[in-house]
Design a binder for this molecule. Structure first.
Ligand SMILES: Nc1ncnc2c1ncn2[C@@H]1O[C@H](COP(=O)(O)OP(=O)(O)OP(=O)(O)O)[C@@H](O)[C@H]1O
Ligand SMILES: [Mg+2]
Length: 261
C-alpha cells in the first residue's frame, strides 16, 4: 500500500501504447500513442465515438492491458488494476438500497478503512448535497446523483480521478453547474483528473489541457494548453481565447469528417 501511494503520486506516462481487441486481425482501438500527464494536472480527452477514449482510460487504470507499449504512474509500471483511483461513469452506479451516506462510505467498507465519516460529510457539503445524506438515490435528481457518485469516488483521497462522460445524461443547465463544481474540486482536492467528454466546451472549461483524439485507431491529434485562471466562471466560455480553442478542436473534427457544417 505504501508503494502504491508513491506510485499514484507521480506523472502518468504512456509510451507507444497500442491496443487491439481480439488478437491479430481484431479491432485496433488505440494506435501507438505516447503521452505524459503531470501529477495534479486536469486533462480532458475529446474524440469521435468509438475512437478508443474509454479503452485508453481502462488501460491507464490497469483494468485492461495494452497489446504493446508501457504505462507507468510515477516510477511504477501499471501491470494490474491501480487501486485507489476514483472513477465516475455516465451511469452513476449508486446502490438504490443504500442512503446517500451509505453510498459515499462504500469504498471505506470495501477497503476496510476506518474514520472516513468526517471526510464523507465534508465532501457532501462541498458537492452541495449535505442535506441529503439520509436520502436514497431514487429521491435525487440526475445531477444530485452524479454529485454523490463524485463524492464516493473521492472518499479515500485518491490521487487520480477518472471521469468517463460523467455529465452526458444531464440537462444543459445541470451540466454547466457540474462543470463549475468539477473545476472547483480540482483545486480543493488536488487530484489528477482525466475527463472524457463529447462536449468541446466542457473539455476546455474543466481542464488545464485538452487532448484531441483521431478516429479509430485512436491517436492524439492535438494537445492544447488551456490558460484560464481558476476558479473559472462560466462566462469564460464567451471570451475570444476560449472560442479560439473551441474552433481549433472543431477544425480537427471537420478535417476528419466527423463534424460537418
Ligand atoms: N472489450 C472489448 N472487446 C472488443 N472490442 C472492444 C472492447 N471495448 C471496446 N472495443 C472496441 O474498441 C473501439 C474503441 O472503443 P471505446 O469504448 O474505447 O471507444 P470510445 O472512444 O470510448 O467511444 P464512445 O465515445 O462511444 O464511448 C470500438 O471500436 C469498440 O467497439
Ligand atoms: Mg467511451
Amino acid at each position: 500500500m505504501k508503494g502504491f501511494r508513491q506510485m499514484v503520486g507521480g506523472a502518468i506516462r504512456l509510451e507507444r501504447v497500442e491496443k487491439t481487441y481480439g488478437g491479430a486481425g481484431g479491432v485496433q482501438a488505440i494506435a501507438p500513442l505516447s503521452v505524459e500527464m503531470r501529477a495534479g494536472e486536469a486533462v480532458s480527452i475529446v474524440g469521435p465515438s468509438g475512437c478508443g477514449k474509454s479503452t485508453l482510460m481502462r488501460l491507464i487504470a490497469g483494468l485492461d492491458a495494452p497489446t504493446r507499449g508501457t504505462i507507468s504512474i510515477g516510477s511504477t509500471p501499471v501491470d494490474g488494476p491501480v487501486p485507489d483511483i476514483g472513477i465516475v461513469f455516465q451511469r452513476d452506479l449508486l446502490l438504490e438500497w443504500r442512503s446517500v451516506m451509505g453510498n459515499v462510505m462504500l469504498p471505506a467498507e470495501i477497503k476496510r478503512l476506518a474514520g472516513l465519516e468526517v471526510r464523507a460529510g465534508e465532501l457532501l457539503k462541498e458537492l452541495d448535497v449535505a442535506g441529503f445524506a439520509g436520502a436514497y438515490p431514487w429521491q435525487l435528481s440526475g445531477g444530485m446523483r452524479q454529485r454523490v457518485a463524485i463524492a464516493r469516488a473521492l472518499l479515500t483521497k485518491p490521487a487520480l480521478l477518472f471521469l468517463d462522460e460523467p455529465f452526458s445524461a444531464l440537462d444543459a443547465l445541470t451540466r454547466d453547474q457540474m462543470n463549475v463544481l468539477l473545476q472547483r474540486l480540482q483545486t480543493t482536492q488536488h487530484v489528477t483528473t482525466l475527463l472524457i467528454t463529447h462536449s468541446i466546451a466542457e473539455a476546455i472549461f474543466c481542464a488545464d489541457r485538452v487532448l484531441v483524439m483521431s478516429g479509430r485507431p485512436g491517436a492524439i491529434l492535438d494537445d492544447i494548453r488551456v490558460p484560464f485562471d481558476r476558479p473559472r466562471r462560466l462566462a469564460v466560455r464567451e471570451t475570444p481565447d476560449f472560442t479560439a480553442i473551441g474552433r481549433r478542436i472543431r477544425e480537427h473534427f471537420e478535417k476528419a469528417g466527423v463534424l460537418v457544417g
